[in-house]
Design a protein around this ligand. Structure first.
Ligand code: ZN
Length: 363
């Protein structure tokens, strides 16, 4: 069952659960109802946000032509056999051939939606309801078929990565707030775990020929980044180290390695890694902030302050950096300036809340 959230949120106001009338605060559903309505699919998490023709509508309208989508690994054009996407999805019943078709259809839709294979911690995309509905039903069919036939894998590594990416994006979506923060946190974790499962599946695929190796690396990186987002720094460590052997110029990986050291309280080593990342790209506000955090732990407050300032020059509305800078200023005895930082952070946070409500109202 699928419950579509259509109303806007209010802040700090007591409300009644839309479904059962139980009193709740700052959400639309009580946890009990949210759990009952919860559907094990990314559909639940993705509100319709696109206006006008979405990728599926376009595909449907142009179903009889060759579509230029390239350049991709599979070539530049794809022929759609003159069949609507919905029909194609419905036609997937059973049998190995259909299963492979489902995998390629899923890939095709994701490519049209512009979902990258390689994720980073800033990837967040919006889909239309229609897009997600089709993608979700394809995932369901793939899963049902795998369960029934006890297939080990569908032989399409990029599809597994993309399903993982879809769950990752779903986990990032703020519609999760529907039943309040703690529920949202749990379900976010749930989506991320699903994504990890799919990355693992692509990593464990039997086919490991040379051309699969590229996908293998992508799955490995996505997995490592997601583990870090889940706070599992130690678990991400072997993957980050493995990836750095082949990608020593990847600033994102050096930042990840810095975070691993930071969370195991090796602050000097963390700073060294952040410096490596900044040597490659010194325009990353997040890395400057991370370096500053490590310097604070080492009681090097003046150096930390400089790094926070650089971070904020690159991204003035960086709430975490503003608050951390305020903390350092307070420790240095500069109370007035510290308060200014906290005020600025609070103003940005409230502004974001307002924008959020407005966008939900439109959705
Ligand atoms: Zn309820």
């Amino acid at each position: 069952m699928f419950f579509k959230i259509t109303s806007a949120f209010t802040c700090g106001v007591e409300l009644e659960c839309l479904r059962c009338g139980r009193e709740i605060v700052d959400s639309l559903l009580c946890i009990k109802c949210a759990d009952e309505l919860f559907d094990d699919s990314p559909l639940w998490f993705c509100p319709s946000m696109l206006i006008g023709d979405n990728a599926i509508t376009l595909l449907r309208k142009n179903a009889n032509i060759l579509l230029l989508i390239g350049p991709t690994a599979d070539g530049n054009t794809i022929h759609l056999d003159g069949m609507k996407v919905e029909e194609q999805v419905n036609k997937i019943v059973a049998g190995e051939e259909d299963y492979k078709k489902a995998a390629s259809l899923f890939n095709r839709i994701m490519i049209h939606l512009g979902v990258p294979l390689e994720m980073n911690d800033e990837t967040n995309m919006k889909f239309s309801n229609d897009d997600i509905e089709q993608l979700t039903s394809i995932i369901k069919k793939i899963e049902e078929f795998e369960e029934k036939e006890e297939m080990e894998d569908m032989g399409c590594i990029s599809t597994y990565i993309r399903i993982g990416n879809l769950f990752w994006i779903a986990g990032m979506n703020n519609i999760l707030d529907a039943a309040g923060e703690s529920w949202a946190e749990n379900k976010k974790k749930y989506c991320f775990e699903k994504a990890l499962k799919y990355y693992d599946r692509s990593l464990h695929m039997k086919e490991r020929e040379a051309e699969k190796e590229k996908y293998h690396q992508i799955a490995l990186k996505n997995k490592a980044l997601l583990l870090q987002m889940l706070g599992r720094y130690k678990d991400s460590s072997p993957y980050i180290n493995q990836l750095l052997k082949t990608h020593p110029k990847d600033h994102l990986l050096w930042n990840c390695k810095g975070l691993i050291f930071y969370h195991s309280r090796e602050y000097d080593n963390a700073v060294k890694c952040y410096d490596r990342a900044l040597e490659i790209d010194d325009k990353k506000a997040k890395v400057w902030k991370n370096k500053a955090d490590a310097l604070v732990k080492n009681d090097d407050l003046k150096a930390a302050l400089k790094c926070y300032n650089t971070s904020l020059e690159l991204k003035s509305e960086y709430i975490d950096a503003l608050i951390a800078k305020g903390d350092v200023l307070a420790k240095l005895g500069d109370v007035d300036e510290a308060i200014q930082c906290y005020d600025a952070a609070e103003a940005i946070r409230m502004d974001l809340k307002k924008k959020n409500i407005k966008s939900k109202k439109r959705g």
